[in-house]
Design a protein around this ligand. Structure first.
Ligand code: MD3
Ligand code: FE
Length: 211
């Protein structure tokens, strides 16, 4: 299965769990709404001064933030001045089960970064390297509108392979692929039966503690 995803290109550090989150969609979406009620989605600036196109929020012991000074994890939400909402149990349980299924038995995420895409929103090619512990995997849960994941390599150049992601799909990234470039193509217009014109992505990280 994993070998087929990328036309036979081996990706040993990537495990695709299609539909893994479907059984929990209702509780996941209710929990996401509760998080966003406490720490609302907001569009952040990036160091060049431009705005990200996805809106983000976080839950857990810290949150990923971006501003003109750079990217970092911080324990307080800069918008509310308060701690980020606690990570809902249904979030953590799902991430831990997905990681275990992918062979990471002791994954204990301390942060969930939530990305909200409207049609047209995208995420340019980047690496995730603000976390303390690159040995831990990242678990990603896709909900709502479908999107095309762009999978690069260890360098920014060299092209990308496209992977369609649908509501309920879960991906676990570990090993060498953990630091590969990746992004999201502009989300196509559409309406999801539950979420409407929204794609929601949850990414679970070990951001603070080195395991
Ligand atoms: C591959 N989010 O938040 S999730 C991000 O769908 C991010 O919103 C995208 O990239 C989204 O940083 C993609 C899949 C993902 C997340 C982290 C990764 C893929 C990854 C880290 C390393 C390699
Ligand atoms: Fe990323």
């Amino acid at each position: 299965m994993n070998g087929d995803l990328f036309g036979g290109k081996p990706a040993p550090g990537l495990i695709f769990l299609p539909g893994f989150a479907l059984d929990d969609e209702a509780v996941l979406l209710a929990a996401a709404e509760a998080v966003a009620a406490a720490s609302p989605f907001r569009v952040m600036a990036v160091p060049g001064g431009a705005q990200m196109s996805a809106a983000i929020t976080n839950c857990g012991a810290a949150g990923w933030v971006s501003d003109r000074r750079g990217y970092r994890y911080q324990t307080l939400d800069p918008e509310t001045g308060a701690a980020w909402p606690e990570m809902p149990d249904v979030f953590r349980d799902l991430a831990v089960r997905a990681a275990a299924q992918a062979g990471f038995a002791d994954f204990t995420p301390d942060v969930c970064l939530m990305n909200r895409y409207a049609p047209g929103a995208k995420m340019g090619l980047h690496q995730d390297r603000d976390e303390a512990d690159f040995a831990a995997p990242i678990v990603s849960v896709s909900l709502g509108l479908p999107a095309v994941f762009l999978w690069g390599g260890p360098k920014r150049t060299g092209g990308t392979v496209k992977l369609p992601l649908e509501h309920g799909d879960v991906l676990v990234w570990g090993g060498t692929e953990r630091l590969y470039f990746h992004g999201i193509a502009p989300v196509k217009p559409g309406t999801h039966p539950i979420l409407g014109a929204v794609r929601l992505n949850l990414t679970f990280r070990c951001a603070l503690q080195a395991v």
